[in-house]
Design a protein around this ligand. Structure first.
Ligand code: FES
Length: 154
């Protein structure tokens, strides 16, 4: 089986797998980074969202071969230097209910705030579109993004 070097949470990892293997399986099954969740496997639910080159990406549809050139950040890598404002806001507002989709939600919100610390309602809606929460925590998610944005402006 071929080997590839991926940069995950700023750490080089050598992975033996077929090039078309979805990154999600590498994260969960090979590296045991299980904070990234499997929902649909088809790019439809957003629970597997990670950051690739700082952008919000569905890891179930990103192959290893397409992920060789930039840093991959998972929920585990988000707080390497302590909790981020987005995570503090999530905790302060008790956002999760069942919690399954929440790492995907946080990663998408993190990508948004890394580029725009004053997102409008529309910009939040666009950035978070397609990340499904079956518990319907959308109102708290939006409030947490606004709270995190305020924290970043302080
Ligand atoms: Fe990747 Fe649903 S598991 S979008």
């Amino acid at each position: 089986m071929p080997s590839f070097t991926l940069t995950i949470n700023n750490d080089k990892k050598v992975i033996s797998a077929e090039p078309e293997t979805p990154l999600l399986w590498v994260l969960r099954d090979i590296l045991d980074l299980t904070g990234t969740k499997f929902g649909c496997g088809k790019g439809l639910c957003g629970s597997c969202t990670i950051l690739y080159k700082g952008n919000s990406v569905r890891s179930c549809t990103l192959t290893i071969a397409a992920a060789l050139e930039g840093n991959i950040t998972t929920i585990e890598g988000l707080s390497e230097e302590g909790l981020q404002p987005i995570q503090e806001a999530w905790m302060e507002l008790d956002v999760p209910q069942c919690g399954y989709c929440q790492s995907g939600q946080i990663m998408a919100a993190s990508a948004l705030l890394s580029k725009n610390t004053r997102p409008s309602d529309d910009e939040i809606n666009r950035a978070m579109a397609g990340i499904i929460c079956r518990c319907g925590t959308y109102v708290r998610i939006k409030k947490a993004i606004q709270l995190a944005a305020n924290k970043l402006e302080e």
